[in-house]
Ligand binder design. Sequence first.
Ligand code: ZN
Ligand code: ZN
Length: 364
Amino acid sequence: MSKQKRDPYEVLGVSRNATADEIKKAYRKLARKYHPDANPGDNQAAERFKEVSEAYSILSDPDQRAAYDNLGWAGLGATAGGTGGDPFAGFGFGDIFGSIFSDFFGERRGFRREATGKHIRISLELTFEEAASGVKKKITVKKHETCSRCNGSRAEPGTSPRRCSVCGGSGVEEIRQRTPFGIMINQTICNACNGTGEMVDHPCTLCKGTGLEEKTKKITVDIPAGIDDGQKVIIRGEGEPGPHGVPPGNLYIIIRLKPHKYFHREGNELIYEHTINIAQAALGDTIYVPTLVKGEKAKVKIPPGTEMNTIFRLKNKGFPNVNGYGRGDMHVIIRISTPKKLTPREKELLTELKEIWAAKKDGS
Ligand SMILES: [Zn+2]
Ligand SMILES: [Zn+2]
């Protein structure tokens, strides 16, 4: 697993706001150039082909593209317990190429197998503090897994599926058509066997012939520090299993930030409002404000004569950049409260002050 991976936009040579069509076009051009069939024995071309393919698999999937735009590789590279960091885990390589290459050479149309199983989406609530420091979370996902009784064969143990007589086991039906340009072959999924190529006469009693069992799986997720509300962490290969040999889908974890008692967040900047009284505003003071580190306070010096809505900036006390570049600041906005419910002594002092200020105004 290479750590310093290239930006997929750079790999495909497209801009960050390229349309789906531009991405597809760029991809096809490069895939054709580097395809192993066109470069036999050329390892460098094979590597490039792999890189181009991965870039396309990310940028052609709106969810993955959004996650990459938000978080960079951190949004895609999260690894679950049991799943390695291989970027190709759960990526339906052959399947995507099968269909695209048919398109290139124009002889097969109208049929495309799913590249992966279904994706699963769940949301995960985090506190500001967790989002700021990054956190390992155990999550529970309900999903299907290969049936433990028939091992996914769909047939009752002791029996075996037979080859589909309609499609001869290919799972695909071909319809040939003569056209002015030659023979066109249209492919569709075989209706009789649903594309599996097999017929099951004695379905497995546990999964009722689906080959799948519903299970709850506990997964540990590394949430990167600095993640924000609405951003996604993708765990490749932890979605629903794909049908017959197709790799599983992905697990999308959508982050929800719980509102905080004191703080607001704007990008990586942390906003905090602190109210002082008129004496503190006039005379100046030192206040202590909460931070994103639990139990840790930061000192703010209020100079004499501080006005309402003055903002003090505490450098690097905001959220870290989720890609690891720098950190936001904390902004302490000063509010000034007007005293109410005065004690006799307070009233006496303020009255005196009022008279002094009135005299000062008259005298000048
Ligand atoms: Zn079964
Ligand atoms: Zn069939």
